[in-house]
Ligand binder design. Structure first.
Ligand SMILES: Nc1ncnc2c1ncn2[C@@H]1O[C@H](COP(=O)(O)OP(=O)(O)OP(=O)(O)O)[C@@H](O)[C@H]1O
Ligand SMILES: O=C(O)[C@H](O)CO
Length: 415
């Protein structure tokens, strides 16, 4: 009989496979007729897979294609495409060079032409032209503050959109007079289009006033030039874009539920909007495990409680980790000594924070293993060093880059 951790791995693998963007992109493009020239631009962590699917459907119809993705996230040549990679989550010089190449490809098009824009999460870091007189260094400085302060992604992207010359609908303006057909894979809770990769082709609903409120809320330090750019409103209307959202964390949770059922677990999807602190989410899942084992609420074992979302982490320490690894580690502390229970948290993109792990998978023995090695979970969490602890307890989930990005999956398995 498979162990509970083996079952957890099957759920991870099967659900991520089911949210690869390939077939959705093919469905979106099949049977479409485009007049004029067709330019395909793909940005984000799922860019390579989305572009490859578009190339299979459109073939020679594509005049020029560009993929701009994270380092090690492309999988080889695609006929007719230039494949570019850059840094994530902080941009680098290749971000700026790649974005300039994309802007050049969509310049001087006619009203008959179409830019097919394939966008996925991670795009905010990967696709950037600083607005006005801002420089890459300004972006490094503000992005670093935003990623550490505990702001959620909608707040982070509100700032980014105001400081960028390609975000918040401004890329659609650069494509004009051509038409833009945006196919988006959503890693935003609730699928708000103007937040997915900071909505380069969408009318932007965030305002300068909101941006300044976020600056104040988190005590962000801005230069005078940044303040000047934040005062300028983003486009509130974009007339040359049509948008289709092809996948989100909901599909990831549904796929996890289906695989769990297939393995004999009764599934319950609790929420696809988890946005609290990672540590809190871990403790909540662990507490549900105790109720299930003690009282059989809300389900009797064998069962799985599934959530999707994007938790937040306030970085106070100097360690290495990610939000999913923090969630799993905090759950490990609460389920110590329990049998037939596991808690898992993984990023569907395969990389959690600046680490090469997708997340963590812990059981009732994880904390005991760490205790024996003299490692305190509380101290590790205070230092944001979850990667080291989970590695020592053999509790890291390693998938490698997956080719998709629809946010994070959390589940509690009780046998
Ligand atoms: N040591 C750490 N421990 C816990 N979390 C961390 C640590 N260092 C960075 N993070 C978190 O990792 C996040 C960035 O990592 P990751 O690339 O997984 O984010 P992402 O949301 O998938 O990115 P995107 O939305 O652009 O696709 C930041 O939100 C940051 O708070
Ligand atoms: O790139 C980004 O902004 C995030 O992944 C949300 O889409």
């Amino acid at each position: 009989m498979a162990t509970i951790k083996e079952d957890a791995y099957k759920i991870i693998q099967s659900s991520i496979k089911r949210v690869l963007p390939d077939s959705a992109v093919k469905r979106a493009l099949a049977g479409q007729t485009f007049q004029g020239e067709v330019i395909v631009i793909a940005i984000g962590k799922a860019a390579w897979n989305m572009a490859n699917a578009a190339a299979e459907i459109l073939g020679e119809r594509i005049k020029e294609g560009i993929v701009l993705t994270k380092y090690e996230h492309s999988q080889g040549d695609i006929k007719g495409f230039c494949i570019l990679e850059a840094a994530h989550p902080l941009p680098d010089e290749n971000t700026i060079v790649g974005t300039a190449k994309i802007i050049e490809a969509v310049s001087n098009l006619s009203p008959m032409d179409t830019v097919i824009f394939l966008v996925s999460g991670g795009g905010s870091a990967l696709f950037e032209k600083p607005a006005g007189n801002l420089k890459l260094d300004d972006f490094l400085q503000i992005t670093d503050q935003l990623l550490k302060c505990g702001a959620d992604i909608v707040e982070i992207n509100t700032i980014r959109k105001h400081l960028s010359a390609v975000k918040g609908g401004k890329f659609a303006t650069l494509c004009a007079p051509a038409n833009v057909y945006t196919i988006a894979l959503s890693d935003i809770l609730g699928d708000r289009p103007d937040s997915i990769a900071s909505g380069p082709t969408c009318a932007d609903f965030s305002t300068s006033a909101e941006a300044f409120a976020i600056v104040e809320k988190y005590g962000l330090k801005l230069t005078d030039e940044m303040k000047k750019e934040l005062c300028i409103e983003t486009p509130k209307e974009v007339v040359n874009n049509t948008m289709l959202i092809t996948g989100s964390v909901k599909e990831l949770c549904l796929a996890a539920a289906e695989e769990a059922k297939h393995l004999g677990y009764n599934p319950l999807i609790l929420s696809t909007f988890v946005d609290c602190e990672a540590k809190e989410a871990g403790r909540l899942l662990a507490s549900m495990g105790k109720t299930i084992q003690k009282d059989g609420f809300p389900l009797k074992p064998p069962c799985v409680i599934i959530c999707g979302g994007e938790t937040i982490v306030r970085i106070t320490g100097k360690g290495k980790g990610g939000r999913n690894q923090e969630l799993a580690l905090s759950a490990a502390a609460s389920i110590v000594g329990m049998e037939n229970i596991a808690v898992c948290a993984v990023g569907s993109d395969g990389t959690d924070g600046p680490t090469d792990a997708a997340g963590g998978l812990v059981d009732g023995h994880t904390k005991e293993i760490l205790d024996q090695k003299g490692i305190s979970i509380d101290a590790i969490l205070a230092e944001n060093d979850s990667n080291k602890a989970l590695a020592l307890a053999d509790a890291l989930v390693m998938t490698g880059p997956t080719g998709t990005n629809v946010n994070d999956l959390y589940f509690l398995l009780c046998k």
